[in-house]
Design a protein around this ligand. Structure first.
Ligand SMILES: O=C(O)CCC(=O)C(=O)O
Length: 260
């Protein structure tokens, strides 16, 4: 297992990304890729900007338990029911996540992305939608072509990390990572074969306040800072404002220029 680190080798602040290369052996990963490419009900979603429909640069699909609807980038996806290869992967990643994080983890949904070639990509974002709750655990399985996975710290984009997501790998994201970091799969000009990514998630069943903003990025870092371990309820606006006043996401010290 490899932990994502900063370019100077330092540990990521604010969350963890742990990569397991060869989590699925090559023959098993080959078979899963073939089954998923063939059997998943791949769809084309669109982003609407100023009334213009722009296709996402990838195919997508959403599978999960009934009722696990998921909204992101202005679209809402209803889950398809689980199919056998997805159940197989889900059980394996749940066991790994429980062993690594030492707590019970049950994923109830999965977002699948099919990157047909290097022009398909996913731009900077966090998996921090309100229905994923605080400190979501995300298990990300990669099949097919290796693609780089970039991370950048939301509060200071000088902090960055990068990992290579290989065929059969598992990337386990946990802690406040989704509140502190964004990730992307950049486009590449290299001629590359298709890749399938699966991100297993747990949609939580509770009322989500949207009074502060539409994205948890607006308030969850503050919650983590207010009560890193135990906050089950969302803080009031006053508490958030108080935390905002006291909380410093200090930028790294700037190097002093030598005066010549
Ligand atoms: O393809 C990947 O590895 C990333 C997928 C991702 O960021 C997402 O589904 O939110």
């Amino acid at each position: 297992m490899k932990l994502a680190t900063l370019s100077d080798g330092g540990v990521l602040p604010f969350g963890q990304a742990a990569l397991y290369d060869g989590f699925f052996a090559t023959t098993e990963a080959d078979q899963l890729f073939e089954e998923l490419e063939r059997d998943i009900d791949w769809g084309q979603e669109y982003l609407t900007i100023y009334g213009k429909k722009i296709p996402f640069p990838r195919k997508t699909a959403w599978y999960g338990d009934p009722g696990c609807d998921y909204s992101y980038s202005g679209i809402t996806m209803m889950p398809h029911p689980w199919i056998p290869p997805l159940m197989t992967i889900k059980e394996r990643v749940e066991t790994a996540a429980q062993t690594q994080l030492k707590k019970e983890i049950t994923f109830n949904s999965v977002l699948l992305n099919l990157y047909r070639d290097g022009t398909d990509s996913m731009s900077w974002h966090s998996d921090d939608e309100p229905e994923l709750g605080r400190n979501p655990v995300i298990a990300s399985v990669s099949l097919g072509a290796t693609r780089p996975f970039h991370l950048r710290y939301k509060f200071n984009s000088q902090y960055r990390a990068q990992m290579e997501l290989t065929h059969g790998s598992l990337l386990l994201m946990s802690g406040p990572l989704q509140h502190g970091w964004q990730h992307q799969i950049p486009k590449t000009k290299k001629p590359i074969s298709p890749r399938i990514n699966l991100t297993f998630r747990t949609i939580i069943d509770r009322e989500i306040p949207r009074h502060i903003g539409e994205s948890t990025a607006d308030y969850l870092p503050l919650m983590v800072a207010l009560d890193p371990e135990n906050a089950e309820s969302f803080p009031t606006e006053e508490a958030v404002n108080a935390a905002l006043r006291s909380l410093l996401f200090a930028p790294p010290a700037r190097k002093r220029r030598k005066s010549s």
